[in-house]
Design a protein around this ligand. Structure first.
Ligand SMILES: Nc1ncnc2c1ncn2[C@@H]1O[C@H](COP(=O)(O)OP(=O)(O)OP(=O)(O)O)[C@@H](O)[C@H]1O
Ligand SMILES: [Mg+2]
Length: 348
């Protein structure tokens, strides 16, 4: 919906309802915090701190009481690879826009070289700055609409060179960015800005390896703070609303992710009148072979593909005489190195 018609609808609603609902605040933002959090909590596991921060962010934005001369929110998500940093942003876009790609993603890695650093303020035409195919700056994704905040993700922010960091400081300070190659000015005052970084992740993992036990929160905080100060100037750190360190995925979260993948696969199998189930031993094999704390859920997804999706695809492609609904039941093989599947009738 266009900005203007959004605005008109809002004022009309405000006039109509203003008198009747005196005490209930009407926000220009139409998203429902409870619905967003419910959706996100179903899909992201083991990241309570981050979810809490997102909920608080949404409250502040919806109440619309923050400073209007800067972005709506500036967050820095730290932590190891594959633990949900980008996924949270995708889910936020899905919850707000119904499309998990509706955010502007800038890959700082591609801006690391001097040659491309100018791309932020004066992008060469047609330049694509992201490995996930999001163009460098997409005005409409950044600015959002009157009733919806724009979402901007700066990935791997530690890779950005000084010129880029200065540009970011500018955006954080007054919520605007002048594009030198034209007359365009980008407005970030209606944007949720999230940066991600892996800084400190290696050090925390090393420390925990040496101690052979789980991570001490105070020590983790200290390491992160040191690393942050080493990497960024104080004026940069000071402008960030939230610095959130994501957790490594524990066994419980890993199991939930496997169940989530299974659900996803079941939905795909439905049209073929098939379903899938795994024994506990089979699930444990995926964790044992696939889960590496250093690679988070990414290595788990690869293991799931190898041990479950490929054999299931084989079963599907094999011609079956049965038109009944069947379940592909996976159990650990006798040599305990793979998962073997057989067809069983439902409820068997
Ligand atoms: N906590 C989690 N709960 C549920 N799924 C997760 C979680 N963490 C990761 N995943 C799954 O793993 C995939 C990769 O996660 P994501 O893209 O968020 O990694 P990341 O933390 O951004 O890592 P990187 O620093 O490498 O970019 C996601 O698409 C998601 O399916
Ligand atoms: Mg990421």
């Amino acid at each position: 919906m266009s900005f203007i018609s959004d605005k008109l609808n809002y004022y009309e609603k405000e006039n109509k309802e203003g008198a009747a609902v005196k005490n209930k605040m009407i926000s220009r933002f139409t998203f429902d915090i409870e619905t967003i959090m419910m959706t996100m909590n179903k899909r992201i596991f083991g990241q309570d701190k981050a979810m809490n921060a997102i909920e608080n962010m949404l409250k502040l934005i919806k109440a619309d009481i923050a400073d209007h001369e800067r972005p709506l929110y500036i967050g820095l998500f730290l932590g190891p690879t594959g633990v949900g940093k980008t996924e949270i942003v995708r889910l936020l876009a899905e919850a707000i826009y119904g499309d998990r790609d509706k955010f502007c993603r800038i890959d700082m890695n591609t801006l690391a070289s001097e040659h491309y650093s100018a791309a932020l303020t004066g992008a060469p035409p047609g330049y694509v700055g992201s490995k996930e195919e999001t163009t460098l700056f997409d005005k409409s994704l950044i600015e959002g609409t009157f009733s919806k905040p724009g979402i901007v993700l700066f990935d791997e922010v530690e890779k950005a060179n000084e010129a880029v960091i200065l540009t970011l400081l500018n955006i954080f300070d007054n919520g605007r960015l002048k594009i030198t190659s034209g007359n365009t000015e980008l407005n970030f005052r209606n944007s949720i800005v999230i940066m991600t970084s892996n800084i400190g992740a290696k050090e925390i993992l090393n420390q925990s390896d040496q101690e052979g036990k789980s991570f001490n929160e105070d020590q983790t905080k200290k390491i992160i703070q040191e690393k942050l100060e080493e990497q960024f100037a104080p004026e940069f750190i000071n402008r960030i609303d939230d610095v959130i360190t994501f957790n490594w995925l524990g066994e419980h979260s890993v199991k939930l992710i496997i169940d989530q993948r299974l659900d996803h696969l079941r939905k795909k199998l439905q049209i073929h009148n098939r379903s899938v189930q795994l024994s506990d031993a089979a699930k444990n094999l995926i964790i044992e072979k696939g889960y590496d704390i250093k690679y988070g859920a990414r290595s788990l997804k690869r293991a799931f593909r190898k041990f479950v999706e490929i054999p299931v695809a084989d079963m599907l492609l094999r011609k079956s005489d049965s038109v009944d609904s069947l379940v592909f039941y996976g159990d650990i093989s006798t040599d305990e190195r793979a998962i073997t599947f057989r067809e069983v009738r439902e409820n068997q």
